[in-house]
Design a protein around this ligand. Structure first.
Ligand code: CU
Length: 118
């Protein structure tokens, strides 16, 4: 019983500690490709995982091509509320993925993932 109480207390503490960040905006916690990572083409799986749920209909993934051009990626149906994913075919080269995530509270966060395809 005492052990259970300690577990619940810790759970509450971490919940309160995490809530200001979770309410502020969606933060990227993991990605494929990873930042400055290298993946094998031509089929490339793009998977971004956030610390909170994101709106898959309003979030955007934009691919910056080796020639500097931009391509808006079609997002797949979300397999989890915290994830955004796309499947693309890429030639070898240096790319960057610009993500714009809309959190459940409507706040937008952005980031960039430079990566290479070989
Ligand atoms: Cu917010």
């Amino acid at each position: 019983m005492k052990k259970l109480f300690v577990g619940i207390s810790l759970g509450l503490v971490s919940l309160f500690a995490a809530s200001p960040l979770a309410l502020a905006h969606a933060l990227l916690v993991a990605s494929t490709p990873s930042i400055h990572g290298t993946v094998h083409g031509p089929g490339v799986a793009v998977d971004l995982k956030f610390n909170s749920r994101v709106d898959g209909t309003r979030s955007r993934l934009i691919l910056v091509l080796p020639n500097g051009g931009n391509q808006v990626l079609s997002l797949m149906k979300q397999s989890a509320p915290e994830e955004l994913a796309a499947r693309i075919e890429l030639e070898p080269g240096t790319y960057s993925l610009r993500w714009q995530a809309v959190a459940a509270d409507g706040h937008i966060s952005r980031g960039e993932i430079p990566f290479k395809v070989q």
